[in-house]
Design a protein around this ligand. Sequence first.
Ligand SMILES: Nc1ncnc2c1ncn2[C@@H]1O[C@H](COP(=O)(O)OP(=O)(O)OP(=O)(O)O)[C@@H](O)[C@H]1O
Ligand SMILES: N[C@@H](CCO)C(=O)O
Length: 316
Amino acid sequence: MKQVEQARRVEVKVPATSANLGPGFDTLGLALAVYDTLVVESAPAGVLEIDVEGVGAESVPRDASHLVVQSIEHTLTGLGYELPGLRIRAVNTIPHGRGMGSSGAAIVSGVMAAAALVSNDVELDADTLLRFATELEGHPDNVAPCLFGGLTIAWVGENGPRSKQLLVHRGVSPIVLIPTETMSTKLARSLQPESVPHADAIFNLSRSALLVAALVQSPELLFEATEDRLHQSYRASAMPFTSGLVAELRAAGLPAVVSGAGPSVLVLCESPEQRLRAAAVAEANMQTEWSAIMPAVDFLGATVEVLSGDAATLSV
Ligand SMILES: Nc1ncnc2c1ncn2[C@@H]1O[C@H](COP(=O)(O)OP(=O)(O)OP(=O)(O)O)[C@@H](O)[C@H]1O
Ligand SMILES: N[C@@H](CCO)C(=O)O
C-alpha cells in the first residue's frame, strides 16, 4: 500500500442537491447553492480528530464511522493507499435527512478530499470520482450534481455510473420548504414496490424527458414536467405533511415535488415571480413547522483547494 504525504491540507466545498425532481427517480438531480465546507489534513497514523460546526455538530459521530472518514478511506483504499491519520474540520449548512443530499455531499467531500490528498501522484477523472461516490451512496442522482453542478442526468452503464451535466435556464427559480422532521433515505427506499405498472413507467418516461427540456429550455412546461407516479405516492404515508403540502401547491398550479427522499418539498418555479407566489401559498398551507429557502442553482459543483503540501487547485 502507498502512503499519503504527511501534513498535506486540503479544503473542499460541496453543494446541496435535490434528487428525483419529480419523475426522474434515481436519475435527475440539481445542485443548489447551500454548502458544506471541510478542511482535511493528513496526520500520523492513529490520529483522528473531527471538529464539526453547524448542522450535525450535535449528532454526527467523531470516530471512523463518520461518513466523510468512511468516504476518504473508501477512496484511498480503492487507489491503493493506506488511510493516514486525519484532522478534519467541517462547517456544515446542508440539513441532514431532509432530502437535500447531505449524505451525498458528505461522501463527495470525502472523495474529493482523498483525491486532493494524493493529487501529486494520481489524477482522477470525473467518471472515477463519480464511481467512488456512487459505490458508497448506492445511487448516483445526488452525488453527480454535487460533483459537477447544475442539472445532471445520471445512469449506471456496463462500466459503472456516468452522468451528463446540463446548464439550467436562468428563469428557473427553486424554493425548498424544509420541515423540522427528518426522513431517512433508507426508510423511504424500503417503501418502494419491486415493480410498477407499465402505464406508470411510460408516464414517468414522458415526464422526465419533458423535464430535461423544461429545465434547460422551456420553464413554462415545468408544471406538467414534474408529475410522478414512480415514488412519491408510495412514500406519502411516511410523510403526510409533505404529500399534503405538495398537493396544495400543485392545486395552486405550482410545480411542487418531494425533494430527494423527502420530507422537504422543492418547487421548481419558472420565474422569480412564481417563486414568491409559491412562498405565499406554502405559508398559508404549512400545517407543521417549516422553513423556506430560495437557493440559486449551483453551476460549479464540488471544488477543492490544496492549502499546504505542493499547492494546486482542483475542480472537476
Ligand atoms: N456532513 C455530514 N457528516 C457526517 N455525516 C453526515 C453528513 N451529512 C449527512 N450525514 C449522515 O447522513 C444522514 C442523512 O442521510 P440520508 O441519506 O438519510 O438523507 P439526506 O442525504 O439528507 O437526504 P436525501 O438523500 O433524500 O437527499 C445523516 O443522518 C448523517 O448520518
Ligand atoms: N433517488 C433517491 C434520492 C435520495 O437519496 C431516492 O429518492 O431514494
